[in-house]
Each structure stands twice: as structure tokens, then as C-alpha cells.
Design a protein around this ligand. Structure first.
Ligand code: 13P
Ligand code: ZN
Length: 271
């Protein structure tokens, strides 16, 4: 079997293409990373070349030591992943200290992993610990409506969570842990990675004001679905605000009934 025929690669190609069609990835906007399972790591061993030099990540991610990730390339267009995989994505390995990475497959012709690698790996590290290894995907998208809302709503995760929950009945079921918001910061480094990681301790969705959204999830489908759900909710809110604002809405007691009906916990701080 060719590497390109492995299921996780095919799914990665499909969801990146779907995300492009959604309008979330203009030019090189956005980036995605996936942490391989042990089984996938065993299979890729016959395709990879581990002779490259290690490069510093810029942050320490001890619990990701010796893990392999599929990552999008810096400056690469998400829409081109389905055209040529090895030019636009690559497999990287983290060293035994969790401080460096090296490219072991793909990212040909001198390409590098996404400039948001520190934010991806710090979020992976936090989510791996918090979910007992279940979360494997970090997705960063330039979601039009969520970005638009960061110019209008206060940059407060509690406000974003409540407003976006109200826009579609199933939102509290899909993202019960709510949303974190990072104020505007320079992207692409350790500082924004730390700010994002802090919020990833409590949420699966972190919005970067005036920039985009980070989502974390178990697998590629669920993470894409989470991004799609929160962005659709933002689209409804943008429409509601454009029509002069809410005349009626889902109430706090409605949310309490929903929690009972769906057997989920809804944090009272959002109600
Ligand atoms: P990269 O092309 O380096 O992935 O950067 C795109 C981006 O969205 C930065 O936040
Ligand atoms: Zn971005």
C-alpha cells in the first residue's frame, strides 16, 4: 500500500479539501495537524527517512516525545493538498526531549511545517494530557463569521459561548466546554502558543481575535465538525445582528431543560 492510500492520509486530504470549499482557507490561511496512532506509526516506518537534522520547536512538549505528526506546510495553500500531498504536507517526528522536530516525509523542495507549529504542538500536548490521549487533531481556520464577531462582541469567552450557544439548539451539546478568546497577538510564535494553551486547558475551541479559530478533537471528522458547527452558529449570529438583533431567543431555563434531555452538564456560569 502506498502512503497516500493510508486511511488517515485520505481523511486528511478530504477534510482539508472540504475546509477549503467552506471558505476557511484563503491563500495559505490556516493549518492542520494530526498525531499518528501507534499502529499508523508502525506502518509509516517503511516510507520515512529519519536522516534529517532536528530543528527547535520553540517550546517544550515533553509528553509528545517521539510522537509523529502529519502537518500542513508554512506558506502552502490548503486547496493544493489534494493536488500534491508531498509538496504541501509532511510527517514530522518530535525528539526524545520534546524540544525539537525533524521532517521524515513530505514537505519536499525545502518546505517547512506551519509557522503555527508551536501553537499546534502546545495544544496537542495539553489535550493529550487532559483527554488521556484521545484528542489527536488541532485545526486552525480563518473562519469568516467568527472573525467578524471579534470586531463586534466583547473579547470575552463567556460572552462568545453564550451568544453562540443561543444561535443553534445543539451547540451546547457539541461544545459543552465553551469557547476561549485570545486577544489580538502576533501570530506564529511561543507567546501566542502559551496563551492558546492556557485556554485549551478549559475549552476545545479557542478564537484568536481578528485572526481565526483553533479547534481540538478526537479525530479529523469530529474536529472539522466542531469548526463547522461553531462557524455556522457565528454565521447565524452575524445575520441576526444584521437584521437588527434578537427579538426572542433560547433562555437559560431552555438550556437547563436541554441539559436534562440530552443528559449533559451545562456550566451555570454561561447561563
Ligand atoms: P502558515 O502558512 O505558516 O501555516 O500560516 C498560515 C496562518 O494561518 C498563520 O496563522
Ligand atoms: Zn492563521
Amino acid at each position: 500500500m502506498a502512503l497516500q492510500d493510508m486511511k488517515f492520509i485520505k481523511t486528511f486530504v478530504k477534510i482539508t479539501h472540504d475546509a477549503w470549499l467552506k471558505g476557511w482557507h484563503e491563500r495559505n490561511g490556516g493549518n492542520i495537524s494530526y498525531r499518528l496512532t501507534q499502529e499508523e506509526t508502525n506502518i509509516i516506518k517503511e516510507y520515512i527517512d529519519e536522516s534529517a537534522e532536528y530543528t527547535p520547536i520553540g517550546i517544550k512538549v515533553e509528553n509528545l516525545a517521539n510522537e509523529y505528526f502529519l502537518v500542513t506546510g508554512s506558506g502552502k495553500f490548503i486547496r493544493n493538498i489534494s493536488v500534491c500531498l508531498e509538496e504541501n504536507v509532511g510527517l514530522i517526528k518530535i525528539d526524545e526531549k520534546g524540544e525539537n522536530y525533524k521532517i521524515v516525509w513530505g514537505l519536499v523542495n525545502g518546505a517547512r511545517p506551519t509557522s503555527e507549529l508551536p501553537s499546534h504542538l502546545n495544544s496537542h500536548s495539553i489535550k493529550k494530557a487532559a483527554t488521556n490521549g484521545k484528542h489527536r487533531v488541532i485545526m486552525h481556520s480563518h473562519t469568516t463569521n467568527l472573525i467578524a464577531l471579534t470586531f463586534v462582541l466583547p473579547l470575552d469567552g463567556k460572552v462568545f459561548t453564550r451568544e453562540l450557544w443561543e444561535m443553534a439548539t445543539e451547540c451546547p451539546v457539541v461544545f459543552p466546554s465553551g469557547i476561549g478568546v485570545v486577544p489580538w497577538m502576533v501570530p506564529g510564535g511561543a507567546e501566542i502558543a502559551r496563551a492558546t494553551g492556557e485556554l485549551m486547558n478549559h475549552h476545545d475551541i479557542v478564537i484568536w481575535a481578528h485572526h481565526g479559530t483553533f479547534c481540538s478533537g478526537d479525530d479529523l471528522d469530529l474536529t472539522f465538525g466542531l469548526m463547522d458547527t461553531v462557524e455556522k452558529s457565528a454565521e447565524i449570529l452575524v445575520k441576526v445582528l444584521s437584521m437588527g438583533g434578537k427579538r426572542q431567543t433560547i433562555t437559560s431555563d431552555n438550556f437547563r431543560d436541554l441539559a436534562k434531555g440530552f443528559n449533559i452538564e451545562i456550566d451555570e456560569k454561561y447561563l
